[in-house]
Design a protein around this ligand. Structure first.
Ligand SMILES: CC(C)(COP(=O)(O)OP(=O)(O)OC[C@H]1O[C@@H](n2cnc3c(N)ncnc32)[C@H](O)[C@@H]1OP(=O)(O)O)[C@@H](O)C(=O)NCCC(=O)NCCS
Length: 171
């Protein structure tokens, strides 16, 4: 088992990747549940991350509602007061859904993205959710390569249809 897989509940999660440690660059980064007080720093990371599309559903009020509905499932990685990784996660009682996985460029390729996803999967599984999804923008080849590497399957057997129940273009 990889060190990055040794994940418990989100509040206790630590990630430390053996290869990164051997190279002397593998600081242990604590993962913890996202709080609303993290909002501004999380949005800063997401705004600085190509491949992430922010909408009205990412307003402070909308994120507050999302965190309330899905307690403990969205996670951040924080180093010295800086949010260097984040992921939103929740479920509808049937399937899980992840959004906005991002790792700051300086911390990539050290296992942090994998650890964030593993912690989400573990937390969702503990709530009885066995299958989960993520939307990746069609042009995000790096993002797709990451999910494939983690064993997530790209679907060619379905098309997603969306309906916007408001006149706001950016809902
Ligand atoms: C995608 C992202 C979260 C990956 O974070 P990360 O911390 O660098 O990922 P990890 O180091 O945990 O990598 C996990 C595995 O994926 C692989 N991987 C990571 N980025 C990759 C890429 N761009 N291309 C191919 N493989 C990649 C790693 O090699 C690693 O494989 P291994 O453990 O078998 O060696 C980060 O690159 C990012 O924030 N990208 C911009 C936002 C984005 O595209 N999010 C995903 C779409 S929602």
């Amino acid at each position: 088992m990889r060190t990055g897989d040794l994940l418990k509940t989100p509040g206790e999660t630590r990630f430390s990747r053996r290869t990164a440690e051997t190279k002397g660059e593998g600081a242990i980064v604590p993962l913890r549940p996202m709080r609303l007080s993290d909002y501004d720093r999380v949005m800063r990371l997401l705004r600085d991350t190509p491949g992430v599309c922010l909408r009205e559903a990412d307003s402070r009020a909308a994120i507050a509602r999302y965190l309330d509905r899905n307690p403990g499932l969205s996670l951040v990685a924080e180093i010295a007061g800086e949010i260097v990784g984040c992921v939103l996660a929740g479920h509808d009682g049937r399937r899980g859904f992840l959004y906005h996985l991002a790792v700051a460029p300086a911390y990539r390729r050290r296992g942090l993205g994998r650890a964030l996803v593993a912690a989400c999967v573990s937390a969702l599984r503990s709530q009885g959710i066995r299958k989960m999804h993520i939307d990746v923008l069609a042009g995000n080849a790096d993002g797709m390569a990451f999910w494939e590497r983690l064993g997530w399957q790209s679907r060619d057997d379905l098309c997603r249809f969306s309906f916007t129940a408001t006149c706001e273009e950016n809902a």
